[in-house]
Design a protein around this ligand. Structure first.
Ligand SMILES: Cc1ncc(COP(=O)(O)O)c(C=O)c1O
Length: 474
């Protein structure tokens, strides 16, 4: 680790020893320092960073008192070997073939790496409008925003979401059916508490969204991989393999990561299965707003006559993921069950941000932002697709997708996509391997790449050239 990254700033309000202490904690949490790693001696760090020895000593003492550091006498000071799982799986220095480019992982000095998946265009977010809303909400800070939040979500936001879904996604629901959650995983957590039990079996798209899969598996769910073809989830195979499953998780509008839409016959077949078997369908409608050919498809939920679909949407793509806000729409018959479950969960957090999002939606900023983003993403997608075609057309075949904010490029030859992606990632390119998103082995490799943050064609081309150089060495 570069010691200069630990250097405290003179302008910072916090005392120098405290800044140093925090930098060390961040480095450990981000996996930059691992359990057992030796840290520099007080004397050498003080001299390297031009700090007083007493200042460094104070920081080291705090870190030792809290169990981060262990003094080993003549062998020096090390990061405590007992901190084995402090850095999450997304942070540990993992072997090359594991997935560690989590769209959710943050490092202390995080920047947007080229191709980073799942991020919207952060440079295009309407910060001025957002800052105005923030200012207004803070100035007027209503009493309601200072009390304990309703874990089901702030009522005006629940209403705004219900209205938006009616207009935009063909979903007719009341605001009582809408539960605001801490991201998509918050929605899954709520479904698990309300309707599922550890050991329950569910269908999972193969390939499918890796982070929700890992989340469900860790929550004790058993997942049956169900293949995805050009019509989306193969419901027939699901029924052959596990007709008795309790639930199915699907991305019908824009399958993650293949990009296909679930065809109408498959939608009806899926709903019919769920109705006959009293199974639940979890519809993940994560990026339906971004479609570049034809009209956005209505949600599967809009066809749900029997109340079997639990619909989830997120603000991570349409606003930004740092908000940690998503939502779940439950069938009217299940409001009581979910109300009961949510009262024992932490809920989505601060009322202030929820109130800002509600205002953003109600005052028309949301609709305007979405319209702008559709045009912008169509252009940015073009930058990446063109650059890939020009620079790497012989090695990668971009699969045409009607929407979304990532592209999937198939490999021309039977190369190991996991090795390619891990090599690219080690060089600062946040590519993901399709193979890691699969549950069953397949010979068809591919690379997943986000394009939303390529602001110009030149930027996209520069990153693609870097990728080409990296892959040429594999
Ligand atoms: C398939 C899929 N579903 C859901 C989400 C949203 O997750 P969250 O709300 O936790 O940001 C994402 C984000 O990348 C996604 O790719």
């Amino acid at each position: 680790m570069n010691l200069q990254h630990l250097k405290p700033s003179q302008e910072h309000d916090a005392p120098i020893y405290l800044q140093l202490y925090r930098r060390y904690r961040e480095a450990i949490a981000a996996g930059k320092l691992l359990p057992g790693d030796r840290v520099p001696s007080v004397r050498s760090l003080a001299s390297e960073l031009s700090l007083a020895r007493g200042t460094v000593e104070m920081a080291y003492q705090m870190l030792a008192n809290e169990g981060y550091f262990v003094a080993r006498g003549a062998a020096g000071t090390v990061v405590s070997p007992k901190l084995g799982n402090l850095a999450g799986p997304g942070h540990a220095k993992a072997p090359a073939s594991t997935v560690h480019a989590s769209p959710h992982s943050q490092t202390a000095d995080s920047e947007v790496l080229p191709f980073r998946l799942g991020l919207p265009a952060l440079d295009a977010f309407p910060r001025k409008a957002w800052a105005r809303l923030a200012g207004r909400n803070l100035r007027t800070l209503e009493t309601i925003a200072m009390t304990y939040p309703d874990p089901a979500g702030f009522a005006p936001l629940r209403r705004a979401i219900a209205t938006y879904l009616g207009l935009s996604r063909g979903i007719v629901c009341s605001h009582e059916q809408v539960f605001v959650t801490a991201g998509y995983r918050g929605a899954l957590e709520l479904v698990r508490h309300a309707l599922l039990q550890a050991g329950d079996l569910g269908w999972y798209e193969d390939p499918g969204y890796i982070f929700a899969r890992q989340f469900l598996q860790r929550a004790g769910m058993r997942l049956e991989p169900v293949p995805v073809d050009e019509e989306g989830l193969n419901v027939g195979i699901g029924q052959q393999r596990a007709a008795h499953a309790r639930f199915a998780v699907v991305t019908p509008t824009h399958q993650s990561p293949m990009g296909v839409a679930l065809s109408l016959p498959r939608r009806l077949e899926l709903l019919d299965w769920a109705n006959r078997r009293r199974a639940w369908i979890i519809e993940d409608d994560y990026d339906s707003e971004f479609r570049y050919h034809g009209r956005p498809l209505p949600a599967l939920k809009s066809l749900d006559r029997d109340g079997r679909v639990l619909y989830t949407g997120t603000f991570s793509k349409v606003l930004f993921p740092g908000l940690r806000l998503a939502y779940l729409v439950v069938p009217a018959s299940q409001i009581g069950t979910f109300r009961d479950a949510v009262d024992h969960l932490p809920g989505p957090g601060s009322i202030l941000t929820q109130s800002m999002v509600a205002d953003f939606m109600e005052q028309g900023h949301f609709g305007r932002h979405l319209r702008r983003m559709r045009t912008l993403y169509a252009a940015r997608r073009g930058y990446l697709v063109d650059a890939l075609g020009q620079a790497m057309g012989e090695r990668l075949h971009v699969q045409p997708q009607a929407g979304g904010i990532h592209v999937l490029a198939h490999l021309d030859t039977a190369q190991n996509d996991k090795t390619l992606a891990a090599t690219a990632e080690a060089k600062g390119l946040a590519i993901q391997a399709l193979g890691n998103w699969r549950m069953r082995k397949s010979s068809q490799g591919g690379l997943l790449m986000g394009f939303a943050n390529f602001a110009t064609a030149d930027q996209a081309m520069a990153s693609v050239r870097r990728l080409k150089t990296v892959l040429a060495r594999c």
